[in-house]
Design a binder for this molecule. Structure first.
Ligand SMILES: Cc1cc2nc3c(=O)[nH]c(=O)nc-3n(C[C@H](O)[C@H](O)[C@H](O)COP(=O)(O)OP(=O)(O)OC[C@H]3O[C@@H](n4cnc5c(N)ncnc54)[C@H](O)[C@@H]3O)c2cc1C
Ligand SMILES: NC(=O)c1ccc[n+]([C@@H]2O[C@H](COP(=O)([O-])OP(=O)(O)OC[C@H]3O[C@@H](n4cnc5c(N)ncnc54)[C@H](OP(=O)(O)O)[C@@H]3O)[C@@H](O)[C@H]2O)c1
Length: 450
């Protein structure tokens, strides 16, 4: 490998996976790279901006600072508001660059597949999260907070995030970068109780203990645990911590609290009922039965309950979507690959790689994507050393011309820095990290100014 040869690489997606891949590329002293970042939205950082809860400002700040450092590196360019598969196709990128790394995350979610799921009042946590975090495609989502009870289906960290946002004191949220439209809706919210439905038991819950502990820090919120034994024998250390936390939270339970979060275990939704919108959720109680791989699976008992509610939020996992022209594993919701090399029926599609949630599925915290990106880059470097990469056909100036011709509203790095500055300045005036601009047109206007 010769550091003299400039390796031109496109990274698609600017969430943790794309940015860690960029970091590894820049920091590899044996490589001499130019990295072009393509991002569907005008704004970078994927789920750091659009997923991580607004009441986790330190986490956002630390990660954004890190990514910003690599983003501003002299060999990195940004093409925001450019969607691969729409403005530019994978087969074109494969010719324009020595290598292309897809880090497009999981942009859909899993459905419950029960009757009534299409009724107004049934939304996914993914949509709700995108709405309160300022994804311009969700700024007009209709979130009905007029009923005193909301139900969140699922026992993962996202379920805890949305339950927290639904019950947190608005005065606390006002200090964050949550969108103004979400703040207005939450101020007017009638929600007094959020039921978190787990189809299995406490010991099988997917959320982590620190996220569970945070529920205990919500002012004016009491916790109730229903439906499962909080003292099962023979559980591992991590599960024991969660059991203790839930016990402590429910021991502090008080009737005087303004709002409550009910952890209801061993229940599955079976139907959403209502004439024009969700009015009730029918659930079935489950028991657990062991399956061949040693895990415990939920099995319905036939015993049913009805929960009155106006909002049912499924939080049962994200899901990757295909990019036209790339082989896709529909069962897993990931781009088909072997160890990060994109593969079709003929084998590796040389020069094309995948990392992050679109490689592994929608699992793992921010840091998990760092190792994932490193593993993928190991394959890329092996291919480079073995002479398997076809040199880029276009120079960087030619790519810029192509992008501007296809997407005149592409947001380049100075454009994002202007938008970022405008959001932070607006935030400073209100004692918040930033005030997000949530309409695409508004974002593009601010990015274009100057
Ligand atoms: C609601 C939520 C909260 C979370 N909170 C935390 C947390 O507090 N702490 C933690 O450690 N982990 C958290 N996670 C997990 C963490 O966010 C993920 O591990 C991580 O974001 C996955 O990174 P990614 O780059 O694969 O995907 P993403 O972050 O989704 O990034 C993918 C990027 O690709 C872009 N893109 C998609 N399609 C295209 C296309 N066709 N062309 C161009 N660009 C495209 C997207 O716009 C996006 O910017 C959270 C996850 C969720 C869902
Ligand atoms: N603060 C943080 O660090 C943070 C915050 C948010 C997200 N994240 C990470 O992001 C990733 C995604 O989180 P997530 O919460 O979306 O997914 P997740 O952790 O995979 O949890 C999904 C939950 O949905 C349940 N579920 C699946 N299908 C169901 C069905 N048909 N009916 C009822 N319940 C069903 C699962 O139960 P079963 O176990 O029974 O399948 C599980 O409890 C995770 O790795 C998470 O740790 C981290």
């Amino acid at each position: 490998m010769t550091p003299d040869r400039i390796l031109r690489i496109a990274v698609i997606g600017t969430g943790p996976a794309g940015m860690y891949a960029t970091e590894h590329l820049i920091e590899d002293r044996n490589l001499n790279v130019e990295v072009d970042l393509f991002e569907r939205l005008p704004t970078p950082w994927g789920l750091i901006r659009g997923g991580v809860a607004p009441d986790h400002p330190e986490k956002k700040l630390i990660v954004e600072r890190l990514f910003d450092y690599f983003f501003k590196h002299g060999c990195v360019r940004y093409f925001g508001n450019v969607e691969v598969g729409v403005h530019v196709q994978p087969r074109e990128l494969a010719r324009w660059y020595d290598a292309v790394i897809y880090a497009v995350g999981a942009s859909d979610d899993v459905r419950l597949g029960i009757p009534g799921e299409g009724l107004p009042g049934s939304v996914s946590a993914r949509e709700f999260v995108a709405w309160y975090n300022g994804d311009p495609d969700f700024s007009h989502l209709d979130v009905d907070l007029s009923h005193p009870r909301a139900v969140v289906v699922g026992n993962g960290n996202v379920a805890l995030d949305v339950a927290r946002i639904l019950t947190a004191p608005v005065a606390d949220l006002e200090k964050t970068d949550i969108t103004d439209h979400a703040l207005r809706a939450l101020k007017a919210s009638a929600v007094k109780e959020v039921v978190i439905l787990g189809r299995r038991g406490i010991s099988q819950a997917a959320y982590h203990n620190p996220e569970l502990e945070e529920i205990g820090h919500l002012d004016g919120v009491t916790v109730v645990v229903e439906g499962d034994d909080a003292s099962p024998p023979n559980v591992d250390w991590a599960t024991r911590r969660k059991l203790e936390t839930l016990r402590e939270l429910s021991a502090q339970s008080t009737r005087a609290a303004e709002r409550r979060i009910v952890f209801r275990f061993l229940c599955s939704p079976v139907e959403m009922l209502g004439e024009h919108k969700v009015e009730q959720l029918r659930v079935v109680q489950n028991t657990l039965e062991p399956v061949s791989n040693g895990t415990l699976q939920a099995r319905p008992t036939g015993k049913r309950l009805f929960i009155d509610t106006g909002l049912v939020m499924r939080s049962i996992g994200y899901r990757g979507t295909p990019i036209p022209g790339l082989p896709f594993d529909d069962a897993l919701g990931v781009v088909r690959h072997i160890e990060g090399r994109i593969c079709d029926d003929q084998g590796a599609v040389l020069g094309n790689y995948v990392t992050g949630w679109i490689k592994r599925g929608p699992r793992g915290i921010i840091g998990t994507n760092k190792k994932c990106a490193r593993d993928t880059l190991r394959c890329l470097i092996e291919d480079l050393q073995a002479g398997r990469l076809t040199p880029a056909e276009l120079r960087s100036t030619e790519v810029l011309q192509e992008i501007k011709a296809r997407q005149p509203e592409a947001v380049l790095r100075p454009g994002w820095l202007r938008l970022d500055h405008a959001e932070r300045t607006a935030g400073r005036a209100q004692g918040r990290p930033r005030v997000k601009f949530t309409e695409r047109e508004e974002q593009l206007t601010l990015a274009a100014e100057g």
